[in-house]
Design a protein around this ligand. Sequence first.
Ligand code: ADP
Length: 494
Amino acid sequence: MTQHLLAIDQGTTSSRSIIFADDGSIVAMSQEEFSQHYPHDGWVEHKPDDIWSSVVNTLKNVFEKCDVSVEDIATLGITNQRETTIVWDRHTGEEVYPAIVWQDRRTAQMCSELSADSELVEYITNTTGLLLDPYFSATKISWILDNVEGARTRAEAGDLLFGTVDTFLIWRLTDKASHKTDATNASRTMLFNIHNQQWDTRLLKTFSIPPAMLPEVMDCAADFGHVSADLLGKRIPINGVAGDQQAALVGQACFEKGMAKSTYGTGCFMILNTGDTPLISKNRLLTTVGYRLNGKVTYALEGSIFMAGATIQWLRDGLKLIDNAFESEALAKRAREDNGVFMVPAFTGLGAPYWDPNARGAILGLTRDTGISEIVAAGLQSVCYQTKDLQKAMESDGARLVSLRVDGGMAKNDWVMGFLSDILGAEVKRPTVTETTAVGAAFLAGLQCGIFTELATLTHCWQCDKVFTPRLNKAQRNTAYDGWKAAVARIRCS
Ligand code: ADP
């Protein structure tokens, strides 16, 4: 009997189930979208039952798309949207409130009040590696306990459980038997000490969260319980769990210090492996658990770009310069070289390392011979320059980028990836299998159940589709990057 691996990739807008062969190749995939709810300005919610049914449907459908049977599945891995917060009743399983999604800003006021205490702000960064921000789970849990009638009393009586989406799924998949998370998901709650790998007592007090609500924190490859036989007809062990960006780090086999992965979707998330050192950033980057195996933590620095593929969407929908994202590549190839046009897509302000929320976007350096090609090229290049900004910020925090592996929709664009390599002065590699988050979850599960014996096996499974090597020399690279920095300087407000 051949052994196969099953992965659940529970994302922000859809859930996917994927079956992998034991060489890491994809056998079949099933995907289902679910509804987003925006009850007030800045609020984003999901119904936990929608998340659950989309996962169950895809788990069942994926077997209809291939010859693999449930009997052939040796193990299950889970990767998930991070930080999204669910609180439910441990007896009935009913949620006390919808899932509060990572994008939700309802606790901005709470965070701004707490930030008056500079000692607390510093403590949070030094302990959790994060910034005091509504993005993370802690203030979302507080909000539910403070705003849902009776919730705090029930939580204090031990009747309520908290989980990020991984935990919620594990609890339901195991028919209430297992209340567990992994160290990467725990590291995004703003309640977890990333140094001693424990829930932090002081932060639990600060956010008034009863410790009994919290899940047990496991390695990423561990025994998370078994999928109940009622669901798929077989008890399948859940052996791998990681938050989406960390799962992609694993799926991209970035196991050496200095290796990084960047995912170019609507936004971009870049994670750099910093080995056993948790570097606390001076540039407001996040320090996070990259993965934890056999009790050993590998840390990572994480930076994000608000506008990556979204810039291309704006070229398409806002300016109507292109009909689809794919067209951008051919147009950019036609642009005059060194045309001096820069686009700074600060539509919602500038992120790392500038942190200027009031800055707004601009296209600079226009001349009479600037055409559509040059503007589209400048939009694509802006994503590369922003990645360079993150690379610089990481360097100034003491972490050197050695090589970058890419995925996400925009990574399909060879012209962009070539320019990215030029401007970073580093090799950029794109894998053949770009479902890297699901690959990561399957890898972790395979490690635990013995299909893979060590990380080196996973390194060999990772297959390169294309390598982009820098074509610019240092002087040319610096001239181009100086042009970008001058453009950014023109639009800064602070
Ligand atoms: P998400 O997961 O955030 O929805 P995806 O990984 O599916 O994103 O990537 C979609 C994004 O990638 C879109 O914003 C789109 O504009 C961009 N994109 C897709 N293909 C290309 C391409 N060939 N060139 C440039 N951008 C692209």
